[in-house]
Ligand binder design. Sequence first.
Ligand SMILES: [Zn+2]
Length: 75
Amino acid sequence: MSRSVMRYVPHTIRHAPDLDWKREAHCTTDDCGEFIASKDEDAVQMWCLRHTGRNPGHDTFRRVFTDHARVQRTA
Ligand SMILES: [Zn+2]
């Protein structure tokens, strides 16, 4: 019978400040398919407002905010 020794090393996970958030907005109107992806939240908001202004009825969006995390050994 073999024996093994398990060693646990503590880690932490945190937002990686050197990697920006990513923001996306996808028009959810059937067959539209238009979207924007940007690091600039204001640009994404303005795109949604302009898209609805140019396309009446395209007034709902699926918004995605992506965070980047980094895991580091603490001991
Ligand atoms: Zn649309």
